[in-house]
Design a protein around this ligand. Structure first.
Ligand SMILES: Cc1cc2nc3c(=O)[nH]c(=O)nc-3n(C[C@H](O)[C@H](O)[C@H](O)COP(=O)(O)OP(=O)(O)OC[C@H]3O[C@@H](n4cnc5c(N)ncnc54)[C@H](O)[C@@H]3O)c2cc1C
Length: 387
């Protein structure tokens, strides 16, 4: 089958690319096809924390994420060993937490109702760029396209086909869902309530990341989503098993990690050295990289869609598909600038791993941290949506 734009992966980056292409190049709509390996609503391991920028991009598409079941946090704590920085947003929630099976299904339905074709259950096996087209082999035969978008996530096949020898920068993450209160700690629900926690106490033990605990909901039932993220930046040092700090933090609040199912998935993080395209094929979302500090990638995935759609639209106008300018376009965008800044911050905050530094950072240098977050971490999407 021949298409103009073939998008591999129907997660937020692939769906956002398609939804933005409808805006920037409406004539392409019937010539776009998304190939998705799973069937919606498909499971996706993710904390589901949506920051302001994600909602901003969705609003700009005319979409209201409140249609998706969610739990809101009014406050976020960035702690070291239980104490640190508290963040509230004026007149709005600080973090909105969705479940990815529901969110991605909702976004896919929006794409379909806007005229985008999605084929579910199609597993891409290889991506071969040629001078005249790209050949995509799948479990359901061969597809040919003018342009392919690799939106297939941290383990995606597209990147492996076009950059087989590139170094891989991935974080490890574990996730666990628990009830709102444990048998031992009935007060937990009142204590933690609508607060999302990030605690960086594992850093001095060479786990370059944090333990999180968010309020969430599953099928309307309030729950907590716990997890641990490790950039692997200190992987050459001796580290405890990843689940140990998570188990310790959960125990502190009356939960036994052994009682719950632990799931894990890598998160590929953005490194400025990463390649992003070859002629006729460009990457978006985790296929390039999520934020390195937190592994935050939903807003980024939506943001990659904004930039990729501009690049593809101009390529069709010129009739030239080298994607030579994509890297520069990304680098100059609000998304590229925040990803770069976060990569730099990651090298600093996780390399200076000493306990005293982490205490200074999260408990003493609060105004500096807040200012850095405001300038380099938040509000990047507005710049890209104005273009
Ligand atoms: C444990 C964990 C917790 C996280 N928590 C958060 C959080 O709280 N907030 C946040 O912002 N980010 C979080 N993230 C990161 C976030 O999940 C990702 O950054 C985001 O999903 C990236 O979107 P994407 O569209 O690029 O890739 P994905 O969401 O991975 O989507 C890729 C899609 O491609 C499909 N696919 C893959 N291979 C093929 C193939 N060969 N053929 C066809 N289809 C294929 C997959 O089925 C999938 O639907 C978390 C990640 C993990 C692992």
């Amino acid at each position: 089958m021949n298409k103009d734009v073939l998008i591999i992966g129907g997660g937020p980056s692939g769906l956002s690319t398609a939804l933005h292409l409808i805006k920037t190049a409406p004539h392409l709509t019937p010539r776009i096809l998304i190939l998705e390996r799973e069937h919606y609503p498909r499971p996706k391991l993710c904390g589901g924390g949506l920051v302001f920028d994600a909602e901003n991009i969705l609003e700009d598409l005319g979409l209201d994420v409140r249609e998706v079941p969610h739990a809101d946090s009014d406050e976020i704590h960035f702690d070291f060993a239980g104490r640190g920085l508290k963040v509230r947003m004026p007149k709005r929630h600080a973090l909105r937490v969705i479940r990815r099976d529901e969110f991605d299904h909702w976004l896919a339905k929006k794409a379909v109702s806007s005229g985008i074709e999605i084929r579910e259950g199609v597993v891409v096996k290889s991506v071969q760029p040629r001078e005249e087209c790209v050949i995509v082999e799948t479990n359901q035969g061969e597809f040919r396209a003018q342009v392919v978008v690799g939106a297939d996530g941290s383990n995606g096949i597209t990147r492996r086909c076009i950059f087989p020898r590139e170094p891989v920068y991935t974080a490890r993450a574990l996730e666990v869902l628990t009830p709102n209160a444990s048998a031992q700690s009935k007060e937990f629900e009142q204590e933690r309530g609508r607060v999302a926690f990030f605690d960086f106490f594992p850093v001095p033990n060479n786990i370059a990341g944090y333990v999180w605990d968010f309020p969430t909901q599953v099928k309307g039932v309030p729950m907590r989503c716990w997890g641990i993220y490790d950039t692997n930046l200190l992987a050459d040092q001796q580290r405890p098993a990843l689940k140990e700090p998570l188990a310790a933090e959960m125990k502190r609040h009356g939960f036994d990690l052994g009682d719950y199912e632990i799931k894990s998935h890598p998160i590929r993080w953005y490194n400025p050295r990463n390649n992003v395209s070859v002629p006729r094929v460009l990457l978006v979302g985790d296929a390039i990289g999520a934020d390195a500090i937190f592994g935050e990638g939903i807003s980024m995935a939506l943001g990659y869609g904004v930039i990729a759609s501009q690049e593809i639209t101009e390529s069709f106008q010129r009739g030239e598909f080298s994607f030579r300018r994509y890297r520069r376009r990304l680098g100059r965008s609000g998304l590229g600038q925040t990803l770069f800044a976060r990569w730099v911050i990651t090298q600093v905050i996780y390399s200076l791993k000493w306990r005293w530094f982490q205490i200074l950072l999260w408990r003493v240098f609060k105004p500096i941290v807040l200012l850095a977050a405001w300038v380099f971490v938040l509000n990047w999407s507005k710049r890209d949506l104005r273009r």
